[in-house]
Design a protein around this ligand. Structure first.
Ligand SMILES: Cc1cc2nc3c(=O)[nH]c(=O)nc-3n(C[C@H](O)[C@H](O)[C@H](O)COP(=O)(O)OP(=O)(O)OC[C@H]3O[C@@H](n4cnc5c(N)ncnc54)[C@H](O)[C@@H]3O)c2cc1C
Length: 378
């Protein structure tokens, strides 16, 4: 087995890291996190480079990148913050859903504006009573003449409040647990939509929201694909989303560990650098092993997907392991930086907050383990 990237993949990685250093950087990330501000100019530069279309087929104007190239992208854009990565990636999955399952009219209306950076998407699955049990969602969609009418309450819909955003809304069209769920496109300024920002400790740049839908109406054609197929469509999307999350945890954990190494070499106590104390050295060595293992799980899953093979187990393995490793690295970084870890200018507290969210967002660790166990026949 050859564990190296091809030359094309290495060039892609080098280009992305150069972009992150030049166009994003630490200060910019810190400021946007502190101010809870969306990195609009970075989003626009990524659009201008055509990278928003990584998961969109070429005939629809995208780049149709394979999952390995996509994982390299996600690893790189999470270099400074998982939140920055989420600001870019969140829209991409709905664009893919429209490309694969939407009508010609939906493709025409939404894809080009998205590729040009003029449209964003968010995905609304979670509800106050339906988190891990996502299929237990209750928000209603009822057909009334030529319109769908929505009533219900969604929660944690990231980016739904941003100007010009279209929400991919999962709502119930019948009582059947899975086949009673459909997927809709809901402009965030439609009448009957009330969006309230939540004051979370993570995703401060993207922002996450609660949505109240009261007799909210959209045209009949705003359904994606067929009635009752929403669960299937979103699950296709979740495989990509979880791969992207796992890759981004690895990318951010690399920076967290590098920052820890750098700090412990520079900081002296008892007349020696912290890095000369064996307890710290061993901890960092162990984290290095775990990070490399997490990375291999990510590229194992991506490679399987690139070959068109089913990779549900591999994707969940990569996600749960990378989330745990990223958290462990940030947790150890918090200890190694001592009191300075508490200051935003050292970035570690952000890695720590965001890594903790990685153990819940996009399907909690316990749920990933349940999926792996199911795939093992347990
Ligand atoms: C910042 C942020 C952004 C988010 N963005 C989005 C978004 O854009 N769109 C969206 O739809 N959702 C979003 N979410 C929601 C996220 O997907 C859910 O928080 C997550 O799925 C967990 O659901 P929950 O919070 O309701 O926890 P719960 O489901 O209540 O789980 C609580 C705990 O119980 C455990 N648990 C639950 N069921 C089981 C079980 N069967 N076996 C063992 N343990 C179990 C969980 O693993 C977890 O540890 C976001 C959440 C946050 C915090």
């Amino acid at each position: 087995m050859d564990f190296r990237h091809t030359q094309e993949q290495q060039d892609w990685k080098a280009m992305l890291h150069a972009f992150m250093e030049k166009e994003v950087g630490r200060e910019y990330t810190r400021e946007h996190d502190a101010n809870r501000e969306f990195p609009e100019d970075v989003f626009q530069k990524i659009a201008a480079n055509g990278w928003l279309g990584l998961l969109v087929p070429e005939e629809l104007g995208g780049l149709d990148a394979d999952p390995v190239m996509f994982a390299i992208f996600c690893e790189a854009i999470a270099k400074y913050s998982l939140d920055t990565a989420a600001c870019i990636m969140t829209s991409m999955f709905t664009a893919t859903n429209i490309a694969h399952n939407g009508s010609d009219a939906q493709k025409q209306e939404h894809l080009q504006p998205f590729l040009e950076g003029r449209r964003k998407f968010s995905i609304s699955i979670s509800e106050p009573e339906a988190g891990s049990d996502a299929a237990g969602l209750k928000t209603r969609a009822v057909l009334d003449g030529d319109e769908w009418v929505f009533n219900g309450n969604k929660v944690f819909c990231s980016g739904a409040h941003l100007p010009g955003t279209v929400i991919a809304l999962l709502a119930r069209t019948s009582e059947d647990r899975h086949k009673g769920i459909s997927l809709f496109l809901l402009p965030n300024d439609a009448p009957g939509v009330d969006i309230r920002k939540l004051s979370t400790i993570v995703r401060r740049s993207l922002g996450t929201t609660e949505i109240f839908l009261t007799d909210c109406r959209v045209p009949r054609d705003n359904i994606i694909g067929d009635v009752g197929e929403g669960w299937t469509y979103v699950n296709q999307h979740l495989e990509y989303e979880r791969l992207s999350l796992a890759a981004s945890y690895v990318g951010n954990a690399r920076t967290a560990l590098d920052d820890t190494i750098k700090y412990t070499k520079e900081r002296h106590q008892f007349g020696r650098p912290l890095s000369s104390f064996q307890v710290l050295k061993h901890r960092m060595a162990e984290n290095e092993c775990e990070l490399q293992a997490a990375r291999l799980l990510v590229y194992q899953a991506a490679t399987k997907m690139a070959h068109g093979e089913r990779a549900i187990k591999e994707v969940s393995m990569a996600k749960v392991y990378a989330a745990d490793v990223a958290y462990k690295i940030a947790f150890n970084g918090m200890q190694a930086l001592g009191g300075y870890a508490q200051l935003p200018e050292y970035d570690m507290e952000r890695y720590f907050r965001e890594a903790k969210h990685g153990m819940v967002g996009g399907g909690a660790n316990e749920i990933q383990r349940t999926i792996i166990a199911r795939e093992m026949g347990l």
